[in-house]
Write a protein that binds this ligand. Structure first.
Ligand code: ZN
Length: 268
């Protein structure tokens, strides 16, 4: 993490906490003011803002950083990172098996990296999922989950999207398009979707409730199965999505469970 006390008030160039390679690789602009710090990496797109501990008295909420232009498709750094990932194996398989997940096809959009850097400085194995535009398949961003064999890595947060990449209409194709027939299974989280896959459906992950609620009608899919998360946002999103598909005369099944999500249920 960046310690603002190390820097004078003003503008600096530093190594990126996310994509930095160390040494003189300074791709990140750091703007230090009396009560706030804003950081923006020109390579990976990371944007962070936080209060500086410089002054004892806090002066209200941190001002939003000026919104940098969002990437609408995966930038060069993200593409290189995706190229450096591997077919699921080792700790990634151990993790997924421990979570009682179906192992998705090797040519789906879930892969892993044995030693991926986290903005906190931690480096370790991570699942890496490609987010693609739902209609065009255009790569948009990456979703990373730092893991160990028996659960998520003990870092905060264990899951991260790439900074400064748009994800509207983005989806994680855990199963590739040519495995999707008339039926598609959908869930917010990767592990939940891979639990739904036990029912025999090809599955995709919408990343979160917001994207689930907006999931559009797709030609050729006549049955949608949604593994609904058991929280207010999850229920609202599944209901909105189910209604959209039902209104267009598609079969829609929404799974419900007492646990928070279907992965908790299959892990019992
Ligand atoms: Zn960066």
């Amino acid at each position: 993490m960046i310690d603002a006390l190390d820097y004078e008030i003003g503008n600096h160039r530093i190594a990126c906490p996310d994509c930095g390679r160390g040494g003189r690789d300074k791709t990140t602009g750091l703007k230090v003011e009396a009560d706030s710090v804003v950081l923006h990496c020109f390579r990976c797109g990371l944007v962070q803002s936080f209060h500086s501990e410089r002054t004892a008295v806090r002066r209200g909420p941190c001002t939003k950083p000026q919104q940098a232009q969002q990437h609408t498709s995966l930038n060069e750094w993200g593409r290189a990172l995706w190229q450096s990932t591997h077919e699921l194996a080792g700790v990634a398989l151990d993790y997924l098996k421990h979570r009682h997940c179906v192992i998705p096809p090797a040519y789906g959009d879930l892969r892993w990296h044995p030693a991926l850097k986290h903005p906190t400085g931690y480096t370790g194995p991570a699942l890496v999922a490609l987010i693609t535009e739902v209609h065009t398949n255009q790569p948009m961003s990456l979703h990373r989950t730092w893991i160990q064999a028996t659960g998520k890595a003990d870092i905060d947060p264990p899951r991260l999207l790439l900074g400064n990449h748009a994800t509207a209409n983005g989806i994680i194709r855990l199963f590739p398009d040519d495995e999707v027939g008339h039926t598609l299974g959908l869930a917010e989280g990767i592990e939940t979707a891979l639990s739904l896959a036990w029912f025999g459906y090809p599955v995709w992950s919408t990343i979160d409730a917001g994207h689930l609620g907006k999931f559009p009608l797709l030609a050729g899919i006549t049955q949608l199965v949604i593994a609904q998360d058991n929280d207010p946002a999850g229920i609202a999103a599944a209901t909105t999505c189910a209604q959209r598909w039902a209104d267009a005369d598609r079969w829609v099944i929404v799974t419900k469970q007492a646990q928070n999500d279907l992965n908790d249920e299959v892990s019992k």
